[in-house]
Design a protein around this ligand. Structure first.
Ligand SMILES: [Zn+2]
Length: 368
């Protein structure tokens, strides 16, 4: 039996976040058929996490623990392999915000109404959500000079045909030419969070991500290497390779819209191979506001307890994950920022570090 190159590289890259992979170990892998079978089975589970997630909704197993990381350890035990452990990494939280809306659009109000059946959602009005965005950026300073967070900004590229109609419903309604975008740019300049692209729903299937990135780079005057796909709409190897080819080097789309779980079975930033040679860094997105309130229908207290429990699992393993609160979440209509502040304060008390996503590579390789 042989092991496909990409499977071997993916397995070894995750194993090597915790253990030093020696030449003897590689020789052992080449020679042992049972070990090869184990590794191939592991990669099938990993592939399912990559490929079988549709618009953030899993068609694969959902892991409540970093299960595929644990399987690497089981592998070593099963085959009585002794590898030297690498020193621990720092437990890190990457604070992040997707900016889906800059004002309450018809689409947002209709979607909220469908979920809540509350006319309060349907007739809600407000000039803009920029005050809400600012409330997050201000809190994210965490006592420092700049916002210690990453903001994913949308710039959807107009699709054609039927996709244009679906896009009107699904995608953010603003782009880099909208008047509110000028005010948004001022906020970003003042608070200095890191900025990534919030790729449109069809940006990968219709190959328009590059146009979205180019437009955003031109508008902001900086290079964009970070991404999170809108609706977490990222699946299949091809989609990941398209991200890489568009210049993305750190992605944080690996999460679920309806589960508080470890997509990828990994609780730390890891190299994600997009083909046999190239990889980007994936930062699993573990906790998101809408998941807790809309999908899981939790009260703030219930959500807080669940967040603490899952963050404890990350901390015990000295892992690194992203949490995501949408830009409108500090608007009084939602008031989701209250839970956000409590969760961040819990992480501070626990001893997590807070880093911006461009530091992912450094974080992954810094041992204490
Ligand atoms: Zn979004």
């Amino acid at each position: 039996m042989s092991i496909p190159t990409i499977a071997k590289k993916q397995f070894l890259s995750i194993l090597s976040l915790s253990y030093i992979v020696s030449d003897e170990f590689l020789d052992f892998l080449e020679a042992n058929e049972g070990a090869q079978q184990f590794l191939n089975s592991w990669y099938k589970l990993f592939e399912a996490q990559r490929d079988l997630v549709f618009a953030g909704y899993p068609k694969c197993e959902v892991y409540q623990e970093p299960y595929l990381e644990d399987l690497c350890i089981s592998f070593l035990e099963k085959f009585s392999v002794r590898l030297e452990k690498v020193p621990h990494t720092r437990p890190v939280i990457f604070l992040s915000h997707d900016l889906d809306y800059l004002w309450p659009t018809v689409q947002l109000r209709a979607k909220s109404f469908v979920r809540s059946k509350s006319y309060r959602d349907l007739f809600y009005s407000s000039k803009s959500f920029l005050k809400s965005v600012e409330a997050f950026l201000s809190f994210d300073k965490l006592g420092g000079e700049e916002s210690n967070s990453t903001v994913f900004v949308a710039n959807p590229y107009p699709q054609s045909g039927i996709a244009r109609i679906k896009q009107w419903v699904l995608d953010p309604s603003y782009n880099s030419e909208h008047p509110l975008f000028i005010e948004l740019k001022e906020l970003l300049r003042a608070y200095k969070p890191s900025i990534g692209i919030h790729g449109g729903y069809y940006s990968l299937s219709e190959s328009t991500l590059v146009n979205e990135i180019n437009g955003l780079e031109k508008s902001l005057g900086e290079t964009i290497k970070l991404s999170r796909q809108h609706w977490l709409n990222l699946s299949e190897k091809q989609g990941h390779e398209s991200l890489f080819n568009a210049g993305i080097r750190v992605d944080s789309s690996w999460g679920f819209n309806n589960h508080l779980a470890f997509r990828g079975g990994v609780g730390r930033a890891f190299p994600l191979y997009v083909n046999e040679e190239e990889s980007l860094i994936e930062i699993p997105m573990l906790i998101m506001d809408g998941t807790l309130f809309y999908e899981m229908k939790l009260t703030e207290d219930e959500a807080y307890r669940k967040c603490c429990r899952v963050l404890d699992k990350v901390f015990e393993r000295k892992g690194q994950v992203a949490i995501n609160w949408h830009g409108r979440g500090a608007d009084p209509h939602w008031s989701w920022i209250s839970l956000y502040k409590k969760v961040v304060e819990y992480c501070q008390g626990k001893g997590f570090d807070f880093r911006k996503m461009p530091e992912a590579s450094e974080v992954m390789n810094a041992h204490v």
